[in-house]
Design a protein around this ligand. Structure first.
Ligand code: ME8
Length: 484
């Protein structure tokens, strides 16, 4: 047991990633969001919370149809293949999700999306209007003239489509004040403050009603609008509902929904803040559903100073890094070297340097040294206390300051290193066996504490370290071999 848990302090904890567009393989930016969620989910399980972790894919988008056509495959075959790749990456990265929702899943997703639509309609918040505007398929949203650079969407380097359509509109503007109040009072908490301020400023300018459906004859994929077969749901309206459809909202079997909604944390990148901090809460308010408790908004992973993105072509494939360095090294880099609240750059060089300095020469080397001394000099495995106080470490994870939580672990590693240098127990044990053994035991106990803290961050390494310590054995091969 890492921390005392009893029924009275055990809570339910529901955490979600964005659902990803399966129009290409996932890159390191997507792996970042997902790893952060996984760390938080594992932390809550460690604390004894009943945890549910949702991820998935956002499939009802024109991008997918286009990508399938380019690949010369049917949309279904293409989707199955890419979703298979997503799941393969998540399994290699040790992502401990409880459910992977696909928005083309008619049984598990459609009913929730349709029930939500019906509730919003019942509140009188949907209305048919004709509309003319510029649409960016990359964003899957309307954009304005002033967003364009040289006539193109600068994020996707693509000409927008000019659309003139009759669509269902959602009366988003009506909810501006109510959302502002929920965010200002922290009832709907947005972390960090900079993002909270950004959305409050947007709300101060007022929200505009948005198109919530597309004509069925212009989009080839999507959920039919209830009682209007001429329209399909707007992909964001469909996608956002995944957070409740996955739990059984709108289905007879809705025990997960009853147990886990409202979500404790939606983790998202800063690019989709407006959808999650304005449109999603408005949909929920309209439908009379409680709002999620917290939105944790992280920055971008950049590569060479630019957002890592499929459309910019500067992506790092997490699978390649995993192949060369192992999944734990990727988790380590993302957790410690990318700030959770700001953009963080990565290059293959910075990755290798961090790996060699902190994993090969740092943690890996330390485990070998301590366990070698322990195996040679202790008659039995060191006695490990059942429980220890990890308040400081936990407090960082509680605030989503994952990099600082990992700094805490490395401070403990440095401390053990220092103690070995100062006390030289490998020499001392020859001159004064009792004292030497006592110090070695203490070092092993400290190493066990490092393994405990590593549980949510590097789960495999944590298990291995605990096993070596309990068996009083030196690792037969280094945990993190040096890379040149
Ligand atoms: O937006 N750095 O899907 P998406 C950090 N389907 N995180 C990054 C990143 C980067 N360079 N690039 C992407 C969508 N991400 C919608 C979401 S939710 C109801 C629907 C992460 O495949 C980040 O979390 O474009 C971002 O918000 C998400 O991937 C977007 O993934």
């Amino acid at each position: 047991m890492e921390k005392k848990s009893s029924n009275s302090d055990s809570h339910s904890f529901y955490i979600t990633t964005p659902i990803f567009y399966p129009n290409a393989r996932l890159h390191l930016g997507h792996a970042y969001t997902t790893t952060v969620c996984d760390i938080l989910a594992r932390y809550h399980r460690l604390k004894g919370d009943k945890t549910y972790f949702l991820t998935g894919s956002d499939e009802n988008t024109e991008k997918v149809v286009r990508a399938a056509t380019v690949a010369g495959k049917s949309t279904k075959d293409y989707l199955d293949e890419i979703v298979g790749n997503f799941k393969d990456l998540f399994s290699k990265l040790g992502i401990s999700y409880d459910q992977f929702i696909r928005t083309t899943d008619e049984i598990n997703h459609y009913s929730g999306a349709i029930e939500l639509w019906n509730r919003i309609n019942k509140s009188g918040d949907l209305e048919k209007r004709s509309y003319k505007g510029l649409y960016c398929v990359g964003h899957e949203s309307f954009i304005t003239e002033k967003d364009l650079v040289d006539g193109k969407c600068p994020d996707h380097n693509e000409l927008p489509q000019v659309l003139e359509e009759t669509n269902w509109f959602f009366k988003l503007s009506k909810y501006t004040e109510a959302i502002k109040e929920k965010i200002s009072s922290n009832e709907f908490k947005i972390v960090p403050d900079s993002r909270r301020n950004e959305i409050l400023a947007l709300l101060d300018r007022g929200l505009e009603d948005i198109s919530f459906s597309r004509p069925a004859n212009t989009v080839s994929i999507g959920i039919p609008v209830p009682n209007d077969s001429s329209q399909k749901m707007y992909v964001w309206c469909d996608a956002l509902s995944n957070y409740i459809s996955a739990l059984g909202f709108g289905r007879t079997e809705d025990s997960l929904y009853k147990e886990f909604w409202p979500a404790n944390v939606h983790v998202i990148g800063k690019d989709i803040l407006r959808f999650h901090a304005a449109i999603w809460p408005a949909m929920l308010l309209s439908a009379g559903i409680p709002l999620p408790k917290t939105l944790f908004v992280h920055g971008f992973i950049t590569s060479g100073g630019k957002k890592m993105s499929k459309s910019l072509g500067n992506v790092i494939d997490p699978l390649q890094l995993i192949e060369e360095y192992g999944a734990e090294a990727v988790r380590y880099y993302l957790a410690r070297h990318i700030s959770p609240f700001e953009d963080g750059d990565i290059t293959l060089e910075s990755f290798r340097e961090a790996y060699n300095a902190h994993l090969a020469n740092g943690l890996g080397n330390l485990v070998s040294r301590v366990m070698k001394m322990a195996e040679a000099n202790l008659e039995a495995p060191a006695v490990i206390p059942e429980w220890e106080d990890m308040t400081e470490y936990f407090s960082y994870l509680e605030k989503f300051e994952i990099n600082k939580a990992v700094d805490c672990i490395w401070a403990a590693i440095t401390e053990i290193d220092k103690r070995i240098q100062e006390d030289q127990p490998f020499k001392l044990v020859k001159a004064d066996k009792d004292r030497g053994q006592k110090i070695i035991s203490e070092l092993v106990v400290k190493l066990y504490s490092v393994a405990r803290m590593l549980n949510p961050i590097l789960p495999d390494t944590s298990v291995k370290m605990k096993k070596y310590i309990k068996e009083n054995k030196t690792p037969s091969t280094p945990l993190f071999p040096r890379k040149e």
